[in-house]
Every structure is written in structure tokens, then in C-alpha cells.
Design a protein around this ligand. Structure first.
Ligand code: NCD
Length: 305
């Protein structure tokens, strides 16, 4: 039985098969409409989410399966003091697969150890968010036709943004990727990541101004300042509007640069950018459903011919 804790749990070849499957689902949704008939997905969300949870639920429903679950810790037995290990043992009797989001880093991994069903990490604290990374990679591959030879700018909250951490770990396995980290000093990318890049001889730069690097980028990954992970509100207020991507900045970018964002957006991308052809963040949401459908089928070992 397989779980998904980190994007690295799949080899690049396995990822390529997963993305082929996701693209086939996109083209032939009818073929997969009953693939999970009789199966149940449990969404165990100990932390708020709309996109990720509903994306999982939509994916399972589009496969003809059913969904059970809870969407905040307060309405589950965690409020009574139940451990994640006990919860998953119980959920294993109710469902065939589980997507879990938790504010504590590593909690889905603890759950996976005791689980009788595949567990998918749907985000653990500031650590990892592998299904967002699968979404990001599928979006890039589908819109650009490749996952190598890119200069990618990651902008915003690089310290607390788990989607950023997961994406970097996944991209280092492809050829000729250069990273440009764009953040205020206080929200710099953690040292453990820059150490890993140095060790692997992967080029990166750290800058504060977005405009400066805009013309070089093939991909721009914008992120929200993660209010809920700040220790004090004052710092958040000072940093929240540090970057605002608008038409003027977009005018500096390559004609075929893609703008990605895991969403939710706050102020970091002005709505005037939404109509720009390079804005890919709403397409990204759609790819998120296809890739979760492909993932559920893969972890449940269901083949559709
Ligand atoms: C991200 C997350 O939960 O980390 N959102 C998402 O999964 N779509 C990014 C965020 O919350 O800023």
C-alpha cells in the first residue's frame, strides 16, 4: 500500500505517468466517470481549506465515488483529545482512502504509519503540500510542454509557504532549472533549502525587488503572506502588501511567462492581471482536480482501459 507524504515519494517517471493519466482524464472524463464506484474518500481537515478539500471531494465525485469527512478540528474527536493515530485507525474502517490536512508538521506521516488505507498529505503546517505541487507541475507541463529548462521566480512568503518548499524539492529533479527567490528579508527561503541547492549545484539567486528579475523569468510563482503562521500581527501588517503584481510589472515580463499562484490570493496579484493570457492561476485550480483524480486512481490501484 502506498501513501503520498512528499512529492518525492514518486519518481520522475511515475510522475510522468500520473500526469499522462491526468491529461487523459481531462480529454476523456466520461471514461473515468464510474471508476471509483463503491469507494469512499475521507477528507480529514484539521485546518481550514476550501480549495484543497473541495478539489479532493470534486475529484472523487467525478470518479463516481463518495466522500465523507470533517473540515475543522473542532468538529472532530480531536476536540476531545483523540490522537491522529487513533483517528486514522477508525477512519480506516469507514473509507478506502484518506486526504489529511493538519497544522502540525509530520502529522499525516504519523497517521500513515497506523493506517490500513492510503493516506495523502493535503498540507502539514509550513512543511509540505505535495498535491499542490502535483497541481503546479501538471499545469506547467500541460501549458509549457516540459518540466525542464526554466528560470522560475518564487515570490512572497518563502519562509512559511509550504507550497514553495514542496515545489522546489520537486523541481530540482529536472534538468537546467534556475531559481530566483524574491522575498523581503524577513520571509527569506529557509537555509535548509538553499543548503540543499548548493549541495546539488543548482543555481539560485535571492533578491528583494520583483521588477529587477521580471524580464528573466519563464515562470513566476506568486504566494500569499501566511498570516496564520506569523507570531505577531504587526509583522504581518508590515509585510502583507510587500508585493503586488500589476499590469506595469507584467509589461516587463516575457510574452510567454506563466503566472502561477496556489491561491487563495489576497492582494499580491492585482485583479487587473486576471485577464492577461499569461495568468494561469485559475487554470491551475482545474488541473488540481485532474491530478487528484489521477492520484486517487493510482493509490487505489484502479486501472481504466
Ligand atoms: C496553499 C496552502 O494551503 O498552503 N493553498 C492551497 O492549498 N491551495 C497556499 C496558501 O494557503 O497560501
Amino acid at each position: 500500500m502506498r501513501h503520498l507524504m512528499s512529492p518525492l515519494d514518486f519518481s520522475t517517471e511515475e510522475l510522468s505517468n500520473l500526469f499522462d493519466l491526468a491529461n487523459d482524464i481531462e480529454k476523456n472524463p466520461g471514461k473515468y466517470a464510474h471508476a471509483c464506484a463503491g469507494k469512499k474518500l475521507a477528507t480529514c481537515f484539521y485546518e481550514p481549506s476550501t480549495r484543497t478539500r473541495l478539489s479532493f471531494e470534486s475529484a472523487m465525485l467525478s470518479l463516481g465515488g463518495n466522500v465523507i469527512g470533517f473540515s475543522d478540528a473542532g468538529s472532530s474527536s480531536a476536540a476531545k483529545g483523540e490522537s491522529v493515530s487513533d483517528t486514522i485507525r477508525t477512519i480506516s474502517c469507514f473509507a478506502d482512502i484518506c486526504a489529511m490536512r493538519h497544522p502540525k508538521e509530520g502529522a499525516p506521516m504519523v497517521a500513515a504509519e497506523k493506517s490500513r488505507i492510503p493516506v495523502i498529505n493535503a498540507g502539514d503546517g509550513g512543511h509540505q503540500h505535495p498535491t499542490q505541487t502535483l497541481t503546479d507541475l501538471l499545469t506547467i507541463r500541460s501549458l509549457k510542454g516540459r518540466l525542464d529548462n526554466f528560470t522560475i521566480g518564487l515570490c512572497g512568503d518563502l519562509k512559511f509557504g509550504r507550497t514553495v518548499h514542496s515545489l522546489i524539492h520537486a523541481l530540482v529533479r529536472y534538468e537546467n532549472i534556475k531559481f530566483i527567490f524574491i522575498s523581503p528579508e524577513e520571509l527569506r527561503i529557509p537555509d535548509y533549502i538553499t543548503d540543499m541547492l548548493k549541495e546539488k549545484n543548482i543555481p539560485f539567486e535571492e533578491v528583494i525587488r520583483l521588477e529587477e528579475k521580471m524580464p528573466e523569468l519563464d515562470l513566476l510563482y506568486m504566494t500569499r503572506v501566511q498570516r496564520e503562521r506569523f507570531f505577531n500581527e504587526e509583522d504581518y501588517v508590515r509585510l502583507k502588501d510587500f508585493y503586488i503584481l500589476d499590469k506595469t510589472k507584467m509589461a516587463l515580463a516575457k510574452e510567454d511567462m506563466l503566472v502561477l499562484h496556489p491561491l487563495p490570493r489576497v492582494n499580491e496579484i492585482s485583479v487587473e492581471v486576471d485577464d492577461d493570457e499569461r495568468a494561469a492561476y485559475f487554470k491551475q485550480v482545474q488541473y488540481g482536480v485532474y491530478v487528484r483524480m489521477a492520484l486517487i486512481l493510482t493509490l487505489l490501484e484502479i486501472k481504466v482501459n
